[in-house]
Design a protein around this ligand. Structure first.
Ligand SMILES: [Zn+2]
Length: 191
């Protein structure tokens, strides 16, 4: 590929997305979550409220991201999963069929979900224009070269293209620690 594309890398810590029905169960009828901080992806917020995620071995508090979704999804790194005693599967966000069962607890109630816990596949958000220019489309996989003393090549990075997306790569905390990621960390897309 002749186009040299430098992509900012962002680390996503464990978090979850809730559907409206589950907000009612965990927080009470007609409860409205309070947005605390907007994320770098415009229109996405982390809320003041948190949810206790309960595995076979332990539990931990997870941040909630809004807007609400059609299906509740719990995202964690493998280290979180080991501590909690959860066996999540590696998936792209939104692909929950057959994902791991998990329990959630809020101030108003508890939920035992038959699926919903995943380790999110690392991915790159990019505009459709850039994807076209690079000959890429949603679902394609690329490799990313990360410079630096603990740098390396990350393979199987899934492309997610949309006209509204800013160029960003999302990895989890295990992947971020492995490359010693900071807010200034970036990579180069290679094929
Ligand atoms: Zn993302």
């Amino acid at each position: 590929m002749d186009l040299q594309v430098k992509v900012p890398i962002e680390v996503s810590a464990r978090h979850l997305h809730l559907c409206p029905e589950h907000v009612e169960i965990l927080f009470g009828k007609d409860y409205v979550l309070t947005n605390k901080r907007e994320l770098s992806q415009k229109g996405y917020f982390v809320t003041v409220e948190r949810v206790e995620v309960i595995g076979d071995k332990a539990s931990a508090l997870f941040s909630i991201l809004t807007p609400l979704r059609k299906k509740t999804q719990i995202e964690m790194a493998l280290t979180d999963a080991r501590k909690l005693g959860v066996k999540p599967v590696l998936r792209m966000s939104g692909n929950l069929e057959g994902s791991a069962p998990i329990k959630l607890k809020g101030p108003a109630g508890e939920l035992a979900l038959s699926e919903g816990a995943i380790i999110a596949k690392r991915h790159i958000h990019m505009s459709t224009d850039l994807a076209d220019e690079m000959g890429l489309k949603t679902g394609d996989e690329v490799s990313v070269q990360v410079p630096g003393e603990r740098g390396g090549v990350l393979n199987h990075v899934v492309i997610s293209a949309d006209p509204t997306f800013d160029l960003t790569m999302h990895i989890d905390t295990d992947e971020g620690n492995a490359i010693d990621a900071s807010p200034e960390t970036y990579g180069f897309i290679i094929k």
